[in-house]
Design a protein around this ligand. Structure first.
Ligand SMILES: [Zn+2]
Length: 81
């Protein structure tokens, strides 16, 4: 899967509200084939429980969390000013 295709899929997951924050640095993403856990390591890296991530070190679920986080950060900053 190319990076564009992956980010397209990631954007779809966010738009369909299939990303849930379960705890600080912990997320659940409801993919087409199941629900995956995405966790942030202390050094800020994201890890996903899906097979694609184990093989390629990237996946649409991690991409979805990146988009999800950036949106919430923007919102938080908007409220601050
Ligand atoms: Zn994944």
């Amino acid at each position: 899967m190319g990076i564009d295709r992956m980010m397209e899929k990631a954007m779809k997951l966010v738009k369909q509200s299939r990303v849930y924050r379960t705890d600080i640095g912990q997320y659940e993403v409801v993919g087409d084939h199941g629900t995956y856990r995405v966790v942030k390591t202390p050094d800020g890296m994201l890890h996903c429980s899906c097979l694609g991530f184990q093989q390629r070190k990237k996946c649409s679920h991690v991409g979805a969390v990146v988009i999800f986080e950036s949106r919430h950060r923007e919102k938080a900053e908007w409220w601050k000013y």
